[in-house]
Design a protein around this ligand. Structure first.
Ligand code: SF4
Length: 240
């Protein structure tokens, strides 16, 4: 049965922003895409560049820190743009996966390609695993400053790996991260042909310096490299 938008799509989700740009990271870097950025995160990474999606989230005020939009309003806003490529990001969007599912079903029925960016600590529902075209999972290592039990969860990592739809993108700060990276890949049996290394950095110069040696590591180990085009092209700004 075809879902009719406007009927039964009235549940709300806290949203940080919806905007149109190009995908800045991962295997689709450069592709024009609509971004749906949800509010709230279950982690607190020290170098997070979207802290506005979670900092002081218990005291957040609607209309200032986030907008509370209905599922129907979110679909309408996404469809305003000249793209059928959607990136769902956060914060951690899987916190809202129950409410997001009907939205993503409606957009899939309208031929959207959908990528979901997740920190890989929450297991996607079977429905979401079926629905989504691509997961960009970014498991956090100790450079995030987050307690290991919160950031690395075997159930969610296993579900994402088994889906065959997931790329695992690791944020790298220094050479010391590489040993830990290997341990995580081995411990959770992550597919080595789907590993992406991305430099941490919120200014073009830091990214450039780190990119040079990270590219060498990628060449040696057969991993992919990811740029951060939103930083190199636009600087550390929102809605880019
Ligand atoms: S998981 Fe992502 S959004 Fe959440 S704190 Fe870490 S970097 Fe930020």
């Amino acid at each position: 049965m075809q879902r009719v938008v406007g009927q039964g799509l009235r549940r709300t989700i806290p949203i940080s922003e919806i905007f149109y740009s190009i995908q800045g990271e991962g295997i689709n870097a450069g592709v024009p895409a609509v971004f749906l950025r949800t509010f709230l995160c279950n982690l607190t990474c020290g170098w997070c560049d979207t802290k506005y999606t979670w900092q002081d989230q218990d005291n957040a005020i609607e209309g200032i820190n986030y907008d509370s939009l209905t599922q129907e309003e979110i679909i309408t806003e996404i469809k305003r743009y000249n793209s059928k490529h959607l990136v769902v990001t956060g914060g951690e969007p899987l916190i809202h996966q129950t409410e997001l599912s009907p939205i993503l079903e409606a957009l899939k029925a309208d031929s959207f390609f959908i990528e979901v960016e997740t920190n890989a600590s929450i297991t996607p529902s079977p429905n979401l695993l079926k629905l989504i075209d691509q997961f960009n999972a970014s498991p956090k290592i100790s450079n995030s400053g987050v307690f290991v039990g919160s950031r690395l969860r075997s159930n969610s990592l296993r579900a994402l790996a088994l889906s065959g739809k997931t790329w695992f993108k690791f944020v790298i700060c220094n050479q010391g991260d590489l040993e830990e990276l290997d341990e995580v890949i081995n411990m959770f049996d992550l597919p080595r042909d789907r590993i992406i290394l991305m430099p941490e950095g919120t200014d073009p110069e830091t990214l450039k310096q780190r990119s040079r040696w990270i590219v060498d590591i990628c060449k040696k180990k057969g991993f992919r490299f990811s740029p951060r085009l939103q930083i190199t092209l636009f600087g550390d700004k929102r809605r880019t």
